[in-house]
Write a protein that binds this ligand. Structure first.
Ligand code: SAM
Length: 280
């Protein structure tokens, strides 16, 4: 534990949470489905980067875990460097998947083992909101991004929590995560943000904020959780997963997520896909 982690119980918790081989095994088993709604949303998310970078770009997957994004981007032809603090997670990645090359590095998202301006694109999923100082991760990622390069990050919408909290107190038992800095157990913490905050962080890292896209209305939505309560929300998520297996329902959900969710205000959706470009 370095001095910074010692002072921040959330960062310490999150940095060791995925380091055991058991955890990596379970994570790998539960995140590789290609037939669920999460897979569809992940593909949409990856598309936001893929459509903005040249073929065979050098891409960094920050906190790559077991490589869901790393592998998908290599399959799209990009040369991907996956960085993660957990060697157990990295060990799950088959680096032979191509045609793009996969390079894996064990390292900290706050001190990346990469040179300045060395990649064309950065992507990261389910990492940045785990940390209170998520802005520090964005700044470090911006350091390794070349001028004109694209960064795609995920985040969660504070406005969605605020709207949900009009209906009920949204605790961790109901939603699974808690965006409050005070009064939250380190393991449950998941940051939330606003467009204004994103703009400030982007400015501080010499990035242009190109797009903040709501992502995933049906999946993890605080308003739905507040309306249904803890048990109801668990049943709802299982029902959506089952519903999604029906081809007609799947087509409807995909259409809704791609076209309607995109147009909703940020208080109606919890997930956000944020697109940034390095200035210069
Ligand atoms: C929820 S997983 C997400 C993995 C992957 N991005 C995905 O989409 O499946 C969070 C990952 O962040 C990694 N992580 C946590 N703290 C980190 C740190 N300080 N530096 C680098 N990686 C870290 C964990 O080891 C874990 O693999």
């Amino acid at each position: 534990m370095n001095a910074h982690t010692a002072l921040d119980p959330v960062k310490h918790f999150k940095s060791v949470a995925w380091t055991s081989t058991d955890r990596a095994q379970v994570y790998d088993r539960t995140t590789n489905s290609t037939s669920d709604l999460t897979h569809f949303l992940t593909t949409e998310f990856i598309g936001l980067l893929h459509q903005r970078i040249a073929p065979k770009s050098a891409v960094l997957d920050l906190g790559c875990g077991t490589g869901v994004l790393t592998k998908a981007l290599a399959e799209l032809g990009h040369d991907v460097t996956g960085v993660d603090i957990s060697q157990a997670m990295l060990d799950k990645i088959d680096t032979g998947i191509g045609p793009g090359r996969i390079t894996l590095r064990q390292g900290d998202v706050y001190a990346l083992p990469l040179a300045d301006a060395s990649v064309d694109g950065v992507i990261t999923r389910w990492v940045i909101p785990h940390f209170r100082d998520w802005a520090g991760i964005v700044r470090e990622a911006a350091r390794v991004l070349r001028p004109g390069g694209t960064m795609v990050i995920d985040h969660t919408s504070r406005a969605n929590y605020a709207l949900a909290s009009r209906e009920a107190v949204l605790d961790t038992a109901t939603f699974g995560y808690d965006p409050r800095v005070h009064g939250s157990e380190p393991g449950y913490f998941y940051a939330a943000t606003t467009v204004d905050e994103l703009q400030l962080v982007a400015d501080g890292a010499a990035l242009d904020l190109l797009d903040v896209a709501p992502l995933g209305f049906f999946r993890q939505n605080a308003v739905i959780a507040a309306v249904l309560g803890a048990e109801g929300f668990q049943s709802y998520k299982k029902a959506v997963d089952a519903f999604y297996q029906d081809p007609g329902a799947r087509a409807f959900i995909q259409w809704f997520e791609r076209h309607v969710t995109r147009a909703l205000p940020l208080d109606m959706v919890n997930g956000m896909a944020v697109v940034l470009r390095k200035r210069g």
